[in-house]
Design a protein around this ligand. Sequence first.
Ligand SMILES: Nc1ncnc2c1ncn2[C@@H]1O[C@H](COP(=O)(O)OP(=O)(O)OP(=O)(O)O)[C@@H](O)[C@H]1O
Length: 308
Amino acid sequence: MMEYDIQIFSLTKKFGNITAVDNLEIQVKKNTIFGLVGPDGAGKTTTMRMLCSLLVPDSGTAQIGSYNILKENEKIKQDIGYMPQRFSLYGDLTVLENLEFYSEVYQISKKERKEKIESLLEFSNLTKHSYKLADQLSGGMKQKLALSCNLIHTPKYLLLDEPTIGVDPVARREFWKILFELREQGTTIFVSTPYMDEAERCDEVGLMNKGRIVKKDIPSNIINNFDKHILCVYSDENHIARNLALEEKYVMDAYMLGEGLHIVVDDLDYASEKLREKFNNKIIVSSIKETAPSLEDVFVNIIKSEKR
Ligand SMILES: Nc1ncnc2c1ncn2[C@@H]1O[C@H](COP(=O)(O)OP(=O)(O)OP(=O)(O)O)[C@@H](O)[C@H]1O
């Protein structure tokens, strides 16, 4: 039996002189969640559109299950659920009517339809909202309905393009609970996300930049293999602290993350002593100490070092 459900081989797509996807190679194991993260314009959407045969690559190919995206594009569509960034729900139709509409699109037989819709409503906690108009749902509920519409034909592979963008953290967590359940049921999920807490929940995560994967591993490995130290500074004037830090040769980078200023260094003891001296009399520092790197720290550093 094949170990991988999604295999991408040297996939490339150009738009004029922009190489949106550049010789991309990714393998996604069966029954796992693969997370794609990266700055705007990295090529995530273009990759997904090629994977579900909505866009023809310039070169390279991909295999989804036993299907090749170039040769069996119609068959692939039956096995894939693809939720684009702007998935269209019909706002003036109810939750139930939206699901009925998509059952029609996917030609689900009348017999199967009722049962499938009921189970999806249940699954996504929308049963008691089924007579609400889609327009009247909260952002989180809209996304759950959109996901349900994409599950109506019981796809084996799910491609989700930033499915929780703009959704509040509690609703995002609930959305991810559904993804975990789908994984339990045997679905392989390829999801892009701008949120690092979501990236950390994936079995494997790929950082994409300028059309290429620049880092790919299980999230804990990415964090543990980071070979620099992070000093976290809390002060009354974080932007001044940042500018002062950036003047120093031994400081590789400094940026705000959450409430604190993160300063990237090689030699922790040397840097913290030097920085204390530098900040002294200029700003009030309430704390300066090492903090464990997060996935976001690692990614910020990789993307910045690529720019340099
Ligand atoms: N149809 C198109 N015509 C021309 N250029 C395009 C087209 N689609 C994408 N691009 C360009 O290709 C690059 C990759 O875009 P893509 O949308 O795949 O990135 P992304 O990582 O999904 O970013 P975002 O998170 O902002 O959607 C960008 O430079 C974009 O401007």
